[in-house]
Design a protein around this ligand. Structure first.
Ligand code: 7LY
Length: 341
């Protein structure tokens, strides 16, 4: 008997656990109707305690965000005891493991990944959010090695917009900006730029710019902002790293300059894309047709319900059909197996 009957009842066949964290666990699953694979974050609400607000924050952020480099939310299922968050399947695993596997990445492969991070973070900031916990462990890859940012449990949507200051000290110290660990007021966008600098260093060097087993030592290194520049770094990458890992947030490169940085554009001839990607919010008639035929409900009635974006089973079916269409798979929905009488 399945341990999670709710998920089975909502049309998911569970597979193995692929990740566990403070929040709970992440299990692979298949969405029965479309046959698409998903990742389901399973959280026991009675055990979440003070972390429950983080889960709510992540869910509300993900409901407002739609970008090819941000891990998609498909459905939220809540019961008395559990919260299930159905997410995009990222079979390429963590960027961190990819770097470790290759010890370090070439300048062009680093640039290919880094441009996707710039695209996602630029969209995030334009949407009024700061992630505040950017690190290679929170960057996954899909099977085509497209990058997907996860874990918006520490993100902030400052009341007064992205120019207003934040104070909460959060995130992982190794990737945290000097102003954040000093506990002074900071801009979310500026701390994200610093963390992106640490990620770029990890991509190019295969290690971290500031490391120590002793937290005080680590803080001193971050506040000094001095790090080793390995001999293989090009002058363009060294210059960019210095502009990102700049201790003074006022002198740190801004996202608008980062997009046009020569190192970022090298070989592409253009800046990373920054326009919002609401492709998932568009009305796709083929997907609507498939749902309409399967449930024998008028397309306009289906769309009137879908366009409320309730992240229920209908939203999940529609978004997963869009996925199938993007991957060139046929838009068919599986008939529910009628249990033999
Ligand atoms: O699809 C996900 N992961 C995933 C799927 C398939 C495979 C692998 C990995 C690698 C292991 N070999 C099997 C292939 C996957 C998708 C979303 C999320 C997710 C989205 N918000 N929060 C988590 C987490 C996922 O992962 C588990 C995990 C990865 C890194 C930190 C923690 C957990």
């Amino acid at each position: 008997m399945s341990r999670y009957p709710t998920l089975r009842a909502c049309g998911y066949e569970l597979d193995r656990t692929i990740g566990t964290g403070g929040f709970g666990k992440v299990k692979l699953a298949t969405h029965t109707l479309t046959g698409e694979k998903v990742a389901i974050k399973i959280m026991d609400k009675t055990k979440l305690g003070k972390d429950l607000p983080r889960v709510k924050l992540e869910i509300s952020a993900l409901k407002n965000l739609s970008h090819p480099n941000i891990c998609k939310l498909y459905q939220v299922i809540e019961t008395e005891s559990h919260c299930y968050v159905v997410m995009e399947y990222c079979s390429g695993g963590e960027l961190f493991d990819h770097i470790v596997e290759k010890s370090r990445l070439s300048e062009m492969e680093s640039r290919m990944f880094f441009r996707q991070i710039i695209s996602a973070v630029s969209y995030l900031h334009d949407s009024g959010y700061a992630h505040r916990d950017l690190k290679p462990e929170n960057v996954l890859l899909d099977r085509e090695q497209n990058l997907k940012i996860i874990d918006f449990g520490l993100c902030a949507k400052p009341q007064g917009g992205m120019d207003s200051l934040l104070l909460t000290s959060c995130g992982s110290p190794t990737y945290a900006a000097p102003e954040l660990i000093q506990g002074v007021k900071y801009h979310g966008s500026e701390v994200d730029i610093w963390s992106m600098g640490v990620i770029l260093y990890a991509l190019l060097c295969g290690c971290l710019p500031f490391e120590s087993d002793n937290i005080d030592e680590l803080f001193k290194k971050i506040l000094r902002g001095k790090y080793i520049e390995p001999g293989w770094l090009s002058s363009g990458s060294k210059r960019l790293l210095r502009r990102m890992l700049c201790v003074d947030p006022l002198k740190r490169i801004r996202i608008s300059e980062l997009i046009n940085d020569p190192w970022v554009r090298l070989g592409f001839g253009c800046p990373p894309s920054t326009k919002t990607h609401d492709i998932d919010r568009c009305k796709d008639m083929e997907c609507l047709e498939a749902i309409s035929q399967h449930f024998d409900i008028d397309k306009e009635i289906i769309w009137s319900r879908l366009s409320k974006w309730k992240y229920d089973c209908e939203t999940a079916t529609y978004l997963l059909l869009l996925n199938k269409k993007k991957n060139g798979s046929p838009l068919v929905l599986k008939k529910k197996e009628v249990p033999n009488q």
